[in-house]
Design a binder for this molecule. Structure first.
Ligand SMILES: [Ca+2]
Length: 362
């Protein structure tokens, strides 16, 4: 394996080399814009980054019309196709992706074992997320993160403030990592690396898990694994608790009970309204009731617990979190690692004499 420090240096040189041979595009127009100027001024004042550096970076931004298109909501007047969970899950629950995930588990077995001990997060959850996000690194994104973030921040249809903040975070991240921000690649929304962290999450939650002194979510599977586990733990993953359970609702009670992502229900309350749970005993705490619809078929309904909400902190979607958990379970079965997905862990996060799992020491 190539040392990461050398890799960073070479990617910096590649970026610099590209800049030398490629003429800047539309730089003067972009730098003349008041909103871009004000961003540059605030980056200089808040963080002390040289104005000339900021002008070099922002002057090199290539606005990406495709990014605007991909991030612009469809007008509500347009006919919207009925949402189908069955179609959504079919993109990920493929024999091919399950096989790649199992191989990824085998290749990174040591880190995935350790991560469960360190963070109390089961390996299959990490595999579900990395599979849905980037197919284990096959699709980490081909846009320059600066282009994607600046395009949405200054020419996007919505959430401009959010993406301006992420652009700020990206420039700070590049400074900390001592790489040229123009060399960082990501998705059309500026998400980076195997786990597709936004720059703010990268700075807040990413960890160096292979211990080489560098955090590298694109080149190090170990760093990606540790970082996703840290993210899940920080957002409140509770070791050993199931994320969701299938439920049966009384006919006609759907409108009253389905709450989507919101955990607004009390267990006894919904049981009083005729909701029947299957599987293990539901954990304590408020629950959501969500629906996975497929046109032409009866909807499936589930109760979402704390750990389901944690997965949706990665992406606010019941489809997303459900597919992640299904993929996780399929890979765990294929890998033949355990009898039960999301089983309680015994860890150096310490199980007390009374069987209560307590916080890991860091
Ligand atoms: Ca590392």
């Amino acid at each position: 394996m190539k040392p990461v420090a050398a890799k960073l240096l070479s990617s910096f040189l590649v970026a610099a080399g590209l800049l030398a041979v490629r003429p800047a595009i539309a730089s003067t127009d972009y730098l003349a814009r008041p909103d871009v100027r004000s961003f540059i001024d605030s980056m200089h004042e808040k963080h002390g980054i040289e104005t000339s550096d900021l002008e070099r970076i922002m002057g090199a931004v290539r606005v990406q019309p495709v990014v605007v298109r991909l991030t612009t909501p469809v007008p509500s007047s347009a006919p919207s196709p009925a949402r189908s969970y069955s179609n959504y899950r079919a993109k990920f629950l493929t024999p091919e992706l399950i096989a790649v995930g199992s191989q990824f588990w085998a290749d990174n077995a040591e880190y995935l074992r350790r991560v469960e001990l360190d963070y109390g997060v089961p390996p299959e959850l990490i595999l579900g997320i990395l599979g849905v996000e980037t197919r284990y690194g096959q699709n980490t994104g081909t846009f320059r993160a600066v282009d994607a973030l600046a395009t949405i921040a200054f020419d996007g249809a919505r959430r401009q403030d959010f993406f301006r903040d992420e652009l700020e975070q990206l420039l700070l991240l590049a400074r900390e990592k001592r790489v040229d921000p123009l060399g960082i690649k990501g998705s059309y929304a500026g998400a980076v690396g195997l786990p597709q962290f936004m720059p703010s999450s990268y700075r807040r939650y990413a960890v160096d898990y292979d211990g080489d002194g560098v955090i590298d979510l694109r080149g190090s599977a170990a760093d990606a694994i540790g970082s996703v586990a840290n993210y899940m733990r920080k957002f409140g993953w509770i070791p050993g608790e199931p994320p969701k359970a299938p439920v049966r609702l009384l006919p006609g009670s759907e409108a009253d009970l389905v709450s989507g992502l919101e955990r607004v229900h009390d267990l006894l309350d919904v049981q009083g309204k005729g909701v029947v749970f299957s599987g293990r005993e539901p954990p304590a705490g408020p629950i959501s009731i969500f629906e996975l619809p497929t046109p032409g078929m009866p909807s499936k309904f589930y109760a979402g617990f704390n750990n389901f909400e944690v997965v949706t902190r990665y992406n606010r979607s019941t489809f997303y979190a459900s597919a992640v958990l299904e993929l996780a379970e399929a890979i765990r079965k294929a890998y033949g690692q355990r009898d039960q997905a999301f089983a309680p862990v015994v860890s150096n996060a310490a199980v007390s004499g009374f069987g209560v799992i307590v916080e890991p020491t860091e």
